[in-house]
Design a protein around this ligand. Structure first.
Ligand SMILES: NC(=O)c1ccc[n+]([C@@H]2O[C@H](COP(=O)([O-])OP(=O)(O)OC[C@H]3O[C@@H](n4cnc5c(N)ncnc54)[C@H](O)[C@@H]3O)[C@@H](O)[C@H]2O)c1
Ligand SMILES: CC1=C(/C=C/C(C)=C/C=C/C(C)=C/C=C/C=C(C)/C=C/C=C(C)/C=C/C=C(\C)C=O)C(C)(C)CCC1
Length: 521
């Protein structure tokens, strides 16, 4: 395979030209045709397939991702996403009948049309440099937008290969790549977009949200979080250890949705550590240093940041701890910490560090999780059903995996996104199409219905009575209690909803027919 050329940044003053070309293509309506979108998605699929070796090499060079992980969470994830989008596009793009239209307004035939938003900007991070650009891109294409993508300069080889794919396979008047760092991102943010989709840290997310607010541009922000795992004394400790270790070794822990810290019942603490050691030996019989199955930290700046976090910690290393800056290696490291202000709890590590904080009970775990961050990106409860349900009810998060590491974020068809500080908006599966679509309500009033519609026109004299008759009547009193009427009770056979009432009638009818048959009446 030919060597990957060096990344070249775009000339910042050419960026406005690219943005205006992308906008005028959108306004030419080229991307409205479903056939056009399908062809572009199919080409994107083949662009990735044909360049799979180059992508594997680039992931290896940028973030030392082994071939297996590159295929699992980058290539396959993207190609599966594209095929899923292709297979569902016609269904998603169809006009939808609006639900809950009152009978007197049905004549308007309300519809929800799926309009593309327009010209959109997608800015990606370094940690899943293919996945976190291509999956939103596929959603934006499916929804009929024109797109500029800005790959992370911190994964430069992937950035070059993706540019080759997009320039070689997609229509250049609709989809463009702008390479660069802060000057280019800043120039991009100076342009008017119909949506900005950003994945990365919260500091830059805030810059983007502020800039977008100036022009009332909608944003989707996929940010990080200090995600808690909770392990109670009733959890399967072996499973919890194996699964949470997976969450910290995949991509060398550089996963926004992996657990940042684990709150673990004192009673099972030692067993958890023992099981983590065992799992480690099983996953890496010859250690993590000399295997393709364990990656490296993306660059020296991030390696230094992680080292400082560990150096600043008051915790005690229980497993691992080996580090080498020359190849940006950090061994998966388990640390027992004792305070919420510990550097390993107070910050997002985004690396293979596993701080464990012993707690007395579930109440304490829930209190701590809420104190560390009210709205993390993910949460991982391990315990019995009552306990995991309590965690789900009492700790908020963008998503959650019960009894596992980040599996809820491992399926390309499930909506994925943060809440509060960990982001806003969601994508993946149908949510990706919706993320780049405007749900446009359309009514069409037929000419013949004029006599029905005339009530709205002045003069209003004598029309108030009719308006009052059209008003819905409440079935609740001033205290918020439901009012029960005997007629309603009889009509619904005592059911709470119309649907349940119908079902009851159906059961009665079928039983009556059955009895009739049985007794030959
Ligand atoms: N929620 C998610 O899906 C998700 C996924 C991956 C990473 N993350 C989060 O991202 C963080 C790590 O990534 P990162 O942000 O360091 O990645 P990064 O350094 O790759 O930066 C992300 C993008 O922001 C751009 N950027 C940097 N400064 C900018 C500026 N001033 N204006 C506009 N754009 C700018 C970069 O060029 C890059 O394209 C972690 O907090 C992680 O949790 C979140
Ligand atoms: C179905 C059949 C079988 C069963 C197969 C099974 C059970 C397969 C299980 C597969 C698993 C556990 C796959 C795990 C995949 C993990 C992935 C893709 C992780 C992705 C991570 C991502 C995208 C991370 C994102 C990060 C972000 C957003 C932030 O940084 C058989 C085999 C039993 C029989 C045949 C049928």
């Amino acid at each position: 395979m030919a060597a990957i050329p060096a990344l070249e940044f775009a000339e910042p003053n050419l960026i406005s030209e690219i943005a205006s070309e992308i906008r005028s293509t959108f306004l030419s309506h080229k991307t409205r045709s479903l056939q056009f979108r399908l062809v572009q998605l199919r080409k994107l699929y083949w662009g990735l397939k044909d360049n799979a070796n180059a992508i594997e090499t680039a992931c290896k060079l940028d973030i030392s991702k082994g071939v297996f992980e590159t295929n699992l969470s980058e290539l396959n994830f993207c190609t599966n996403t594209i095929i899923y989008d292709i297979n569902n596009l016609e269904k998603w793009a169809k006009d939808e009948n609006s639900p809950d239209v009152p009978i007197d307004m049905m004549v308007l035939r309300p519809k929800i049309r799926k309009d593309p938003l327009g010209a959109v900007l997608i800015i990606g991070p370094y940690n899943f440099p293919v996945n976190l650009l291509i999956c939103p891109l596929a959603g934006a294409i499916a929804a009929g937008n024109t797109v500029v993508i800005k790959p992370s300069e911190n994964a430069p080889n992937v950035a070059v290969v993706l540019q080759k794919v997009i320039e070689g396979y997609l229509d250049q008047s609709c989809y463009r790549v702008v390479q660069g760092a802060i000057p280019q991102s800043t120039a991009l943010l100076e342009q008017k977009w119909d949506k900005i989709f950003y994945t990365g840290g919260a500091t830059v997310g805030t810059i983007i949200a502020k800039k977008a607010a100036e022009t009332l541009t909608p944003v989707t922000l996929e940010l990080g979080g200090r995600n808690p795992a909770v392990v109670t004394r009733n959890a399967d400790i072996r499973l919890a250890a194996r699964r949470l270790l997976w969450g910290k070794v995949h991509n060398a822990g550089q996963v926004c949705i992996s657990q940042n810290y684990t709150l673990i019942d004192k009673e099972v603490f030692d067993r958890f550590v023992l099981e983590t050691r065992k799992a480690m030996k099983e996953y890496y019989p010859n250690g993590t240093r000399n295997t393709e199955d364990f990656g490296r930290i993306v660059n020296n700046r991030q390696w230094q940041r992680l080292k400082k976090m560990l150096d600043d910690s008051q915790g005690r290393i229980l497993m691992g701890g080996d580090m080498d800056e020359s190849d940006r290696y950090i061994e998966p490291t388990v640390i027992q910490v004792s305070s919420l202000t510990d550097s390993l709890i107070a910050n997002e590590s985004f690396g293979p560090l596993m701080p464990l904080l012993p707690v007395s009970n579930l109440d304490e775990a829930i209190r701590i999780a809420n104190e560390v961050q009210a709205t993390p990106l993910a949460m991982f409860p391990f315990g019995n059903k009552t306990e995991t349900d309590r965690c789900l009810a009492e700790i908020r998060s963008g998503g959650a995996s019960v009894n596992d590491g980040f599996m809820h974020g491992s399926l390309p068809t499930l909506a994925f996104g943060g809440v509060g500080e960990s982001g806003q908006g969601a994508y993946r599966g149908k949510a990706s199409f919706d993320c780049f679509t405007h749900a446009r309500t359309i009514t069409s009033t037929p000419g013949w219905a004029e006599f029905l519609m005339a009530v709205r026109y002045p003069p209003y004299k004598g029309k108030l009575k009719m308006l009052r008759r059209m008003e819905l009547k409440p079935d609740f009193d001033r205290e918020g209690r439901m009012k029960y009427s005997l007629v309603r009770y009889i009509l619904s056979l005592g059911a709470a909803s119309k649907r349940a009432g119908l079902l009851r009638y159906l059961v009665v009818l079928i039983s009556a027919l059955g009895l009739k048959q049985y007794f030959g009446m």
